[in-house]
Ligand binder design. Sequence first.
Ligand code: B12
Length: 488
Amino acid sequence: MKVLFFHYSDYLEIGIPGGIAVLSALLKGHGHQVGLFDTTFLKPAAYRRSQNAGSAIFKETPYTLEDLVEDDPIVDLKEAFLKTLKEFQPDLLAVSAMTTNLDEILDVLRQVHPECLVVIGGVHATLEPEEILCEKVIDVLCVGEGEGALVDLCNALEADKDTKEIPNLWLKNNGQVIKNPLRHFQDLDSLPAPDWLIFDKRHLFRPFEGKVYKGSFITNSRGCPERCTYCVNKVIRKIHSGCGSYFRRQSPQKTIHNLKTLKEQHGATWFKLADDTFLLHKVSELEALRDGVKDLAINFGCSVQPLTINAEKVGLAKEMGCVAMTVGIESGNQEIRRKILNRSISNQKLERGIRTIVDAGIRISTFNMIGLPGETRENVFETIKFNKKLGIKAANVYIIYPFPGTEIARIHGTNFRDANGKMIPMNEAAVFNLSRMSPVELEGLRKTFNLYLVLPEAYWGQVKEAEGRDERSQQILHELESLANTYV
Ligand code: B12
């Protein structure tokens, strides 16, 4: 079978999608031929090299991603897709969708109408299967994990066998939808190393502390033990009741094997372990990982769940090559964190955890959300000040987006689609209006959050001026960004 994967991402939003990478490796192992249509490096006509490169808060590298795409031609997405379909002649188009890219994917498919069978999977397919299967351009949908389902589908199609009873797949049949039950969760140790070979090499661009490395995202667990009100994991866990333990970890041996393979195949030496649970592994497992990883001489960053941080585990991560950790603070107000987000950790414990990471000499950044239900401007400043007190120099800050199915979306009756049925883009999340701030004020705080964080309080009056939308505010914003660079 010839299977063409479709990965839709905004221009230059790099990072290898773990789902497609593992599915591709598995299909190749079963003798199928795999191709990829990836929008990440398709330069749109509207693209302009950013004017203010260098003024955002980061350390400059000898070259940037923009340098790497300098000579690329402008490409029309639809034409490029048609060309790939013509050249590759797939038997099956395998599409991966998150909530955030579904509309763009469907736009392309509706314009092109591929002749081959189209199967869709990914987080959004799992969350909203009914909605997606109403689309004429989609034939088959995969709920949950795709490994068993996609291999079974390809093998059956190739052998001209019936595909109607493949677990995890929903199929259209004479105007009806066949909804097959879910299979037991995937054993992570039985999977091959992710296939990065089908991706453009520029996905591996990894700037860190002024140097450029090669690498991308990998995961070594699935599911999540937490039940946060804003996260899709809680919904996905519910859909899968009866499929086994939702949260699963890979064995250290398997993680070592995958890292080794990716280093050998691609020269990758900088990885981002994208799941939140790196330090949830037992000490004995982390020791085994350390023993296998330290000779690989790799660097990595990982996200960690604050309650799992302790000096012994952080020390082991450091010995393996961990140079950066990201911790979800989400809100500096522990009552908001507990009551609104269902994250029970106290500020005191969070602080202790973060200091442990700092003391180990590991660079730290945080995840923060603003625009939370009932939140005030003062609450946002509690989050800024909490980060500041901990000496954080890099904060990821998002306006909360109530994804479909999450508790926050249910409680507040939000719809991620506007009156015309279009998905509300991530960068317009302020319109959900869950907090006590206006969308304009919230957007202003989002763009200046890191300036408040990095610059001394003496500058805060100027930073407030930069919150505005007018030209003068923009000008102040750029000036302050340059100034902030001297503080990091
Ligand atoms: C790494 C990562 C990223 C990376 C890479 C993204 C990518 N495309 O993989 C980057 C940093 C780019 C990223 C960005 C964002 N991300 Co992200 N990301 C992740 C993370 C941590 C890991 C993804 C991963 O590799 N998973 C492991 C693989 C194996 O699982 P999988 O992708 O689900 O694939 C399996 C199945 O879904 C299925 N499947 C997938 N595709 C297909 C296709 C077919 C044909 C079939 C049959 C099956 C199938 O089979 C796979 C194997 O079982 C997940 C959380 C998580 N643990 O999944 C969040 C997650 C996917 N991200 C999320 C979000 C919100 C974002 C952002 C919006 C964040 C932001 N505020 O900017 C952006 C959006 C980017 C965009 N433009 O759309 C949400 C998605 C919510 C949603 N409803 O869509 C998640 C689930 C986190 C969360 N818990 O909320 N992300």
